[in-house]
Design a protein around this ligand. Sequence first.
Ligand SMILES: *[C@@H]1O[C@H](CO)[C@@H](O)[C@H](O)[C@H]1NC(C)=O
Ligand SMILES: *[C@@H]1O[C@H](CO)[C@@H](O)[C@H](O)[C@H]1NC(C)=O
Ligand SMILES: *[C@@H]1O[C@H](CO)[C@@H](O)[C@H](O)[C@H]1NC(C)=O
Length: 204
Amino acid sequence: MESCLLLTAASLLLLCFARTSLGDVFFSTLPQTLVVTASPTQGQVLKAGEDSITIAWGLNQSFPEGTDSSYNQVKLTLCYAPISQADRGWRKTEDNLSKDKTCQFTIAQKTYNRITQNFTWIIEKDIPTATYFVRAYAYDSLGNEVAYGQTTDGKKRSNLLKVEAINGRNLSIEIASVCFSAFSLLSAVGFFVVEKRGRRLVKN
Ligand SMILES: *[C@@H]1O[C@H](CO)[C@@H](O)[C@H](O)[C@H]1NC(C)=O
Ligand SMILES: *[C@@H]1O[C@H](CO)[C@@H](O)[C@H](O)[C@H]1NC(C)=O
Ligand SMILES: *[C@@H]1O[C@H](CO)[C@@H](O)[C@H](O)[C@H]1NC(C)=O
C-alpha cells in the first residue's frame, strides 16, 4: 500500500516535470523586452578558445512597470545567423522553441535582475566556425520562455559576429605542413635525380 502510494506520487511528479519541460512556447509569441548588446563590432572574426565577448543585458526601460514581474532566470545563448543555417537542417529555426535549433550554445544562465548586467565569455573551444548573434531568453519560475532580446535585428542581418573554430585553424596549418613536407620530399627527390643524372653526365 505504502509503496503503491509512493509510486503514484513519483509518477505524478514525473508527469509534472514532463509537462513543464514540454512547454509549447512559440518564439513569435514572445515579447522583445530585453536589450542585449555584445562587444564585437559588425563582422569581427573571433577565435574560439582565445577571444572573449562581453554581453550586456537588461530590461528595455520603455516597457511599463511590472513587465518583468514573472522573469526569474535569464539564459544567454549563441545563435546561428541565417547565413550559417542554409542547407543545414540541424541548425534550423523553428517557431516551436522545443524544436528550434538556432541557439544551440549556452553562454551563461543568471538570476534575472532588472538592472543591466554584463558577462564576459571566452568563446569555448568547441564552438564551430560560423556566423552568430547573441540572444537572451527570460524564463519564468516554471522554466518557460517568457521574453527575449537579441543583438541583431528581426531579420538577423545586423551586428553579426564570426567565430573561427580551432579545428579550422589546425586543419589549415596541418594542410600547409603536409603540403610543405610533400614539397620538401619532392624537391629532395628531384635534387637527388638531378644530381645523379649530373654525375652520370660527368662520367660519360
Ligand atoms: C525599447 O522598446 C521600444 C518599444 O518597443 C523600441 O522602440 C526601442 O527600440 C527599444 N529599445 C532598444 C534599445 O531596443
Ligand atoms: C512542439 O515541439 C514539441 C517537441 O517536438 C512537441 O512535442 C509539441 O507537440 C510541439 N507543439 C506544437 C503545438 O506543435
Ligand atoms: C559590467 O558590470 C560592472 C558591474 O557589475 C560594471 O562595473 C562595468 O562597467 C560593466 N561593464 C560594461 C561593459 O557594461
